[in-house]
Design a protein around this ligand. Structure first.
Ligand SMILES: Nc1nc2c(c(=O)[nH]1)N[C@@H](CN(C=O)c1ccc(C(=O)N[C@@H](CCC(=O)O)C(=O)O)cc1)CN2
Ligand SMILES: [Mg+2]
Length: 287
């Protein structure tokens, strides 16, 4: 068997085309251009690429983006005061602080300083709480990207057993909550580094989502034949960019599989655009 490829790059392009029309209509009706402030601290090369790509996506759909590039030595209070300024700037609808931040910065405190109404990453505790309670304002970008990739490829989720490997705040934790929520209705198992007999558990999955940051960790024997495999990992190795799934081996067993690159990553970026437009809509209703 050869798995069907879930092409995130193509789908992201299609959603951006839809979004461009929505942004044009919104701007015509309100005379407001949705605007994202991107905060990049330090010189992590990967973060640099991600922020550049996000800003290119914004330009493509008609969202304005403003880059605030700060040196690695920026202090906690300098960063907090920039966020305080962006919070009260009525021209700014969304604030994105690219992670990871330098080690000396208290990331939790920074994320909590972003106004929840401008928190287009949905990392603020208020937005995480709203997600858990099933009344989100913004959905977190990568988990939303995973769900959209499944839905738009007509992969049923309701009643299916989804095994999520990795319990990060950005991916595994929120994704497992979203999938178990009413409306998505999956049965979810969340696995992590202390899970016993991991291959036995992953083999139970109708849909296996992996987000652990370990190159080629998921091997063919860990996947039930015909399962849907979603690889959220992005690992830079000597062999280039690879996911958490051994793509060549697993694609011989799985029914569907996402590639890396070109799978979940491009959808993560699209969901940020959706949240920025949504933040601008809410803000214009209040003005
Ligand atoms: N503030 C945030 N920081 C981080 C997030 C996030 O959602 N918000 N997630 C990751 C990084 N990330 C977005 O910021 C991200 C990573 C990768 C991609 C992507 O499109 N990947 C491409 C490959 C690009 C490459 O060559 O590296 C792909 O998979 O095809 C998008 C977003 C941590 N930080
Ligand atoms: Mg820190």
């Amino acid at each position: 068997m050869t798995a069907q490829i879930l092409d995130g790059k193509k789908l992201a392009k299609q959603i951006r085309t839809e979004l461009a029309e929505q942004v044009t209509r919104f701007a015509a009706e309100t005379k407001v251009t949705p605007t994202l402030a991107a905060v990049l601290v330090g010189d992590d090369p990967a973060s640099d690429v991600y922020v550049r790509n996000k800003r290119r996506d914004c330009a493509e759909v008609g969202i304005e983006s403003i880059l605030h590039r700060l040196p690695a030595e920026t202090s906690q209070s300098e960063l907090l005061s920039l966020i305080a300024k962006l919070n009260i700037d009525s021209q700014v609808h969304g604030i994105l602080v690219q992670l990871p931040l330098p080690k000396h910065i208290n990331t939790e405190q920074v994320l909590e300083a972003i106004a929840p109404t401008k928190d287009v990453d949905a990392f603020h505790p208020e937005n995480v709480g709203r997600l858990v309670q099933g009344r989100p304002v913004f959905l977190p970008c990568t988990p939303h990207g995973v769900v959209e990739l499944l839905k738009r490829n007509n992969i049923p989720i309701a009643g299916k057993h989804v095994v999520v490997v990795g319990r990060s705040d950005i991916v595994g934790k929120p994704l497992s909550i979203m999938l178990a929520q009413k409306g998505a209705d999956a049965t979810v198992t969340l696995c992590h580094s202390r899970t016993q007999n991991l291959p036995e558990v992953t083999r139970l999955a109708d849909i296996l989502v992996v987000a652990i940051g370990k190159p080629n960790f998921i091997t063919a024997d860990m996947v039930r034949p015909g399962a849907v495999v979603v690889d959220v990992g992005i690992n830079r190795t000597d062999a280039g960019l690879v996911g958490d799934v051994d793509f060549d081996a697993v694609s011989k067993v799985a029914g569907h599989i996402t590639p890396v690159p070109g799978g979940v990553g491009p959808l993560t970026r699209v969901m940020l655009l959706i949240n920025t437009l949504s933040a601008a809509r809410v803000s214009s209703q209040h003005n």
